[in-house]
Design a protein around this ligand. Sequence first.
Ligand SMILES: C[S@@+](CC[C@H](N)C(=O)[O-])C[C@H]1O[C@@H](n2cnc3c(N)ncnc32)[C@H](O)[C@@H]1O
Length: 420
Amino acid sequence: MHKLVSPQFSVMKLLKDFCDLYLELGTVSSNWPVADNSPVVRKVGDPFHSVGSNRKASSDQALKGKASKPCRFSNFHNLVNVQQGTTAIDVKKSIKKLNDITKGSENVQISLIAEVGNDDIPKFTYMPQNIIYQNACMQISLARIADEDCCSGCSGDCLSHQLPCACARETRGEFAYTQQGLLTQEFLRESVSTKRDPHIKNFVFCQEYCPLERYKKCKGHLVRKFIKECWMKCGCDMNCGNRIIQRGITCNLQVFLTHEDKGWGVRTLNDLPEGTFVCEYVGEILTNTELYDRNMQNSGSDRHTYPVTLDADWGSERVLRDDEALCLDATFSGNVARFINHRCNDANLIDIPVQVETPDRHYYHLAFFTTREVRAFEELTWDYGIDFDDHDHPIKAFQCCCGSASCRDLKGRRSSTAER
Ligand SMILES: C[S@@+](CC[C@H](N)C(=O)[O-])C[C@H]1O[C@@H](n2cnc3c(N)ncnc32)[C@H](O)[C@@H]1O
């Protein structure tokens, strides 16, 4: 305290500021969506938890802050970084937050909060569903859905019937979802192992022309297992257990500024069981040529990149035309998934291709499911499948700081070890 020089300094005022901040944060947290409408009960480790003796410990620590180092309110668990001499009111002003980045367009609100750092609120248009940018060829029409590609004879909930419906054909006659609305363990394990340990036999190579590499040799595309959900022409209803991703986001998610050099990230505010659908990757539907042109125009200007290639079934049917080789770009417009960061090999989400409106597999939805139980406030991550040594890939690599023991970016791993 003897280092605080302001003549107006008063312990009472500091404590009052501290209490104001605490109350304000309590108010913010109670505005957030809570799954079961029960009173908000916060756990230890939760940024808003502050009970009994912990409260004293944090205020003690705030008062003891060292002169040159930022002082951290330990009880607020990385919530605020306070330089000595700043009051709690200043801190309150420096926390950036938005209550709902979706602007009411999703089933749930998704908040954004910057507890550390000083990054600007990201500029992009929130959209809950993919939309064609310009040239992408997607033929969505009921006439193109053959009888064997839907279950028009069903009613109610397909999962409650004795035999799986026609839509389960894609998943070897078994539904990919359980009655509880989770991905089945078998489907999850198979998808995770194909992605983590891809075997050469799981790759297809474009013979003549690779839409991704353009005039270079194809490096191969991993063939993935698809889910086929029931849809419009099916006889079942909207609550059918084989319609999970089309019902939208139900998890309590939050965008936050990460501590590492990754920019913004996404975390869950509730525990999520293994196999939970979190959200899909939404963006503008572009042809790879359009993506290439965008990259040329914006080359080097953006720190982060947001496209994903929809190549989970390239080459299995026929050579794709240029306007059929598609990707999703969430740079300018997208949903919460545009903030999910990459983690090498042991990410807690997996991206799974899901067919909904069209039997063609050159367009599909990319849906994220948890690979294991995820605890509240853990950051959500998925493996972008990046080859960190491939510098001319249209999806630009970055210096990875995922922190995984099996990080594939050896250069990134070396420099973060050196920093330590
Ligand atoms: C789809 S965005 C993810 C959201 C991004 N962090 C943001 O602030 O908007 C992908 C970008 O995030 C950054 N990023 C994602 N995962 C990362 C990681 N493991 N290490 C470093 N940067 C990462 C990279 O800049 C990458 O181009």
